[in-house]
Design a binder for this molecule. Sequence first.
Ligand SMILES: NC(=O)c1ccc[n+]([C@@H]2O[C@H](COP(=O)([O-])OP(=O)(O)OC[C@H]3O[C@@H](n4cnc5c(N)ncnc54)[C@H](OP(=O)(O)O)[C@@H]3O)[C@@H](O)[C@H]2O)c1
Length: 241
Amino acid sequence: MSPFEGKTYWLIGASEGLGREIAKGLALAGAHVIVSARSKSRLLELANDLGSATALPMDVTCPKSVMYTAQAVGRVDGVIYNAGVYEPMHTQDWDVKAAISMLDVNFAGALRVLHHIMPQLIADDKGDVTLVGSLAGYRGLPAAIGYGASKAALISLAETMRYDLRNSGVTVRIVNPGFIKTRLTDKNSFVMPQLMKPEKAASHVLKAMEHRRFRTDFPRPFSWLIKAMQLLPDWVVYRGK
Ligand SMILES: NC(=O)c1ccc[n+]([C@@H]2O[C@H](COP(=O)([O-])OP(=O)(O)OC[C@H]3O[C@@H](n4cnc5c(N)ncnc54)[C@H](OP(=O)(O)O)[C@@H]3O)[C@@H](O)[C@H]2O)c1
């Protein structure tokens, strides 16, 4: 039997790309999925296709929207925070509005959602929390002003929650994908190694959700390369004129 059978998940960032595919996989595995994002029409279309899904539009940057939606969601077995925005940005192209928006959606939005979800999971001493980070969160990469910091913050958040909840029945995990072909990466003009289809990336996330393992970085070997960069001395990483 599928570990998702009969369970209810709240999936935030479900209208497009990776989230849409995760929703399909969960529904196929017998879960009831509550799908949230801003686009009501895309969510209704998805819920209609899936059958066992409920569409609850929400903007994670709006505390009231998150509060009312969380009230409508009620008790769940798990939450997946996948909402994200991305604008490639070099230091030379500083755009404070876009940078703060990335922090707001990618990180602060997770705080707003978890504020409503964690008390219930902790009281019940059970539940499942999946945060979708990025390999870009492991170190400062080129053209990642705002985005890299937002994902580093999300990884740090997951690590703290993992410590705090280590003796509880609540599972916390972080999944860090590499490049996925979605509207976000369509903005990139550089070569993206091991670019994945959203369906493939979703299968990695769903597989990770079958286990209690805390951290899942994919795809290999690209994820190994990014993490290995942390071990290199700065003079190697930043060599130039
Ligand atoms: N694509 C990649 O290469 C890649 C790599 C690593 C990590 N990721 C991460 O994977 C996640 C999904 O990205 P994706 O590539 O699938 O992008 P996507 O297709 O643009 O999907 C992003 C999702 O986030 C939702 N969202 C954005 N702003 C929101 C807001 N204010 N409130 C609620 N929902 C909001 C979007 O829905 P609405 O627009 O309808 O609100 C959409 O459902 C993101 O967290 C991203 O950072 C992506």
